[in-house]
Design a protein around this ligand. Structure first.
Ligand SMILES: [Ca+2]
Ligand SMILES: [Ca+2]
Ligand SMILES: [Ca+2]
Ligand SMILES: [Ca+2]
Length: 143
């Protein structure tokens, strides 16, 4: 949702109780509009701080942007472990072999660690489950 309209102006007086350290004065700000609800240029629909255009999971909040198989799709939305572009039984079997592992253990595979917290557990399984039967990746919800 985009705001529409003209420029806006804010005016006010800066005042401090301890006037010895800062003197007051008028200030004014003038600016245009931006996508409602975000502070990032170009929009950030998942509000994770990375603009949609460069976010590797635009519709899933993943502040770390981790992408351990370096295919351009962040782990948070990439349970497609064999990279056949659909999340299915082979991916589940790979995931199952990693399940319960922690970083440093022999069966830990960073690609299975979908939230990149150093362990393959229930949150990662829930992500895989939510993608089951679908293509990896995420997009912003439509208008
Ligand atoms: Ca984002
Ligand atoms: Ca994201
Ligand atoms: Ca990836
Ligand atoms: Ca994890």
């Amino acid at each position: 949702m985009f705001s529409t309209g003209d420029g806006f102006e804010l005016g006010g007086t800066i005042g401090q109780p301890d006037e010895g350290t800062m003197s007051g004065g008028e200030f004014a700000l003038t600016g245009g509009f931006w996508v409602a609800g975000t502070g990032v240029a170009g929009g950030d629909c998942d509000a994770d701080g990375t603009p949609d255009a460069s976010d590797n999971c635009p519709g899933a909040a993943n502040p770390t942007q981790c992408d351990t198989d370096v295919d351009g799709v962040g782990n948070h939305c990439d349970p497609d472990l064999n990279n056949d572009n659909v999340v299915g039984i082979p991916d589940f079997n790979t995931f199952r072999a990693c399940f319960g592992s922690m970083q440093g253990q022999p069966n830990y595979d960073p690609d299975c660690d979908l939230n990149c917290d150093g362990a393959v557990g229930i949150p990662d399984f829930n992500t895989l489950r939510s993608f089951f039967g679908r293509a990896p990746g995420s997009t912003c919800p439509g208008p």
